[in-house]
Design a protein around this ligand. Structure first.
Ligand code: HEM
Length: 137
């Protein structure tokens, strides 16, 4: 969500797909395009996993591991552009083509789901807490 995102080159997923080898490895994470070629040898998680997602959307793979802030810094340095906004499916950010589907006020929806998530967490925590009180009796 930073201003620097806007000036980047836009790639289609078709063009990203053509960079899927060890000598030329790109991937898409959260709608941005990354050139991971130089990083393959250095990746603490190994080259195999990077090659597996070469030319593809690696958002889930990247997030499932729970990468550190340090990893995200490295990632930022590898960024070469962004995916064509009309092709981004994993992002909740508004695209340049407004669609009259069930899109609640674009800027508010992220915040609302954040609050909803916090409420669910609080409810579960309260439940666990009351259970533990009952158990200890
Ligand atoms: C260009 C994208 C990526 C970068 C810059 C990156 C960077 C890193 C860094 C710095 C670490 C060390 C731990 C940490 O700081 O979180 C790490 C660990 C790891 N990465 Fe990645 N990573 C990338 C993509 C991926 C992908 C797509 C996968 C696919 C599953 C993956 C799997 C792992 C695993 C399994 C580890 C843990 C290694 C261990 O602790 O034994 N990474 N990565």
């Amino acid at each position: 969500m930073s201003a620097e995102d806007e000036k980047q080159t836009v790639f289609t997923s078709e063009s990203v797909k053509t960079h899927a080898t060890q000598d030329d490895l790109w991937m898409v994470i959260h709608g941005k395009v990354y050139n991971a070629t130089k990083f393959i040898d250095e990746h603490p998680g190994g080259e195999e996993v990077l090659l597996d997602v070469g030319g593809m959307d690696a958002t889930d793979a990247f997030e499932d591991v729970g990468h550190s802030d340090e990893a995200r810094k490295i990632l930022a340095e590898l960024c070469v552009g962004q995916l064509d906004p009309s092709e981004v499916v994993t992002s909740t950010k508004s695209t340049s083509t407004p669609d009259k589907k069930a899109t609640p006020s674009s800027s508010g929806s992220g915040f609302v789901s954040y609050i909803a998530f916090a409420i669910v967490i609080a409810a579960v925590a309260y439940y666990v807490y009351t259970q533990s009180l009952t158990d200890s009796k």
